[in-house]
Design a protein around this ligand. Structure first.
Ligand code: AKG
Ligand code: FE2
Length: 335
């Protein structure tokens, strides 16, 4: 699958502000969206150069689909402390969500998909590459995306009975790619609910030098920056957030991820990511889920990106329940 390669930032520059108002829908694909979006980030001040390989798995067994299913179908028991942490902070990182073998299996499959999905020219730049909806044609990715282990945990974090899939997203931050700007995902998902969580599943260990996801604490941090106007042309929005968080002494969590460690973030949680200062790709499978019954907002904007691909045949204002948004929890046969 070869994605179209467009440069939205140059398209944006060619037009005046009223022509590409942020309130207008996004007309390009999800890759184009990421290409544009990372141009809005302030440069990283840290320059950690780390060339050691993070591909080093202690065990490197590729699991069969049957073995993988068994693992992805077991449920995880959240404790009260974890639930409280998520309620207060809007995110949680959980170690050992998956075994090293499961992550190794995911790593090999994602690496194969990436080689197939992008041309040499596309892979040459220090870009943020993205592929979505691969679960539709790939049984292994489908197991991860529709995993009851993940979906049940999300329903418990949100305190809702049932969750649907919004979309999957393979996120590849290439060596040398800069920061991901500060944002919360409410900006991105055209869903008229606050019950949305993304599971961010690294396909290897992510040291700090590689740009792990960074979270602001507590979840209410977004209220401090609610009135900052989003700027689609430059990094002023990101710069403003950095300044306000610093002035207000907002704590951030930017630690590394071990193999098998996964983070879950709520759509109101402010997050960003550092630049990738290593010589390896940072490869992550990020899947987003929402409470069953949610509707599409009445006016999706350009920041909502390619949403019609993820919720097809659905008009703004209608319930988001297309065939591409299966209920991932509850699932028959599981308690
Ligand atoms: O991977 C990144 O750098 C950003 C991902 C992100 O913002 C998200 O998954 O919500
Ligand atoms: Fe995000």
């Amino acid at each position: 699958m070869n994605k179209s390669f467009s440069t939205p930032s140059s398209k944006l520059k060619g037009k005046n502000a009223t022509e590409i108002d942020v309130n207008q829908p996004w007309e390009l694909d999800n890759q184009a969206w990421w290409d544009w979006y990372v141009t809005l980030a302030e440069k990283d001040t840290k320059t950690i150069n780390d060339t050691k390989s993070v591909r080093d798995f202690k065990s490197n067994k590729i699991l069969s689909l049957y073995e993988l299913k068994n693992e992805l179908n077991t449920t995880y028991k959240l404790n009260l402390k974890q639930k409280k942490f998520f309620q207060e902070n809007g995110f949680i990182k959980i170690k050992n969500m998956f075994t090293e073998n499961a992550i190794f299996t995911l790593n090999r499959e994602l690496s194969r998909i990436i080689i197939k999905g992008f041309s040499k020219r596309q892979m040459k730049d220090s870009r943020f590459l993205s592929l979505d909806m691969t679960w539709l044609n790939n049984e292994l990715i489908k197991q991860f995306v529709l995993s009851p282990r993940i979906a049940k945990l999300i329903s418990e974090l949100l305190g809702v009975l049932s969750v649907r899939l919004y979309h999957d997203n393979i996120l590849i931050k290439r060596p040398g790619c800069g920061r991901t700007p500060w944002h919360h995902d409410t900006h991105h998902f055209p869903l008229a609910t606050q019950d949305v969580v993304t599971a961010w599943i690294p396909a290897h260990a992510i040291p700090e030098s590689m740009g792990p996801l960074t979270f602001a604490k507590p979840i209410d941090a977004y209220k401090l920056v609610e009135n900052i106007e989003f700027n689609k042309f430059n990094n002023s929005y990101d710069k403003n957030i950095i300044k306000i968080f610093k002035d207000k002494k907002i704590q951030t969590e930017s630690g590394s991820f071990d193999i098998g460690e996964i983070s879950f973030h709520h759509n109101l949680c402010f997050h960003s990511a550092g630049s990738n200062n290593t010589s390896n790709d940072r490869i992550v499978l990020a899947n987003t889920y929402y409470a069953d019954g949610a509707k599409v907002v009445k006016n999706p904007t350009m920041v909502s990106g390619d949403w019609k691909k993820f919720i097809p045949n659905t008009m703004p204002g209608e319930v988001a329940a297309s065939q591409l948004n299966p209920v991932c929890w509850p699932i028959k046969g599981f308690k």
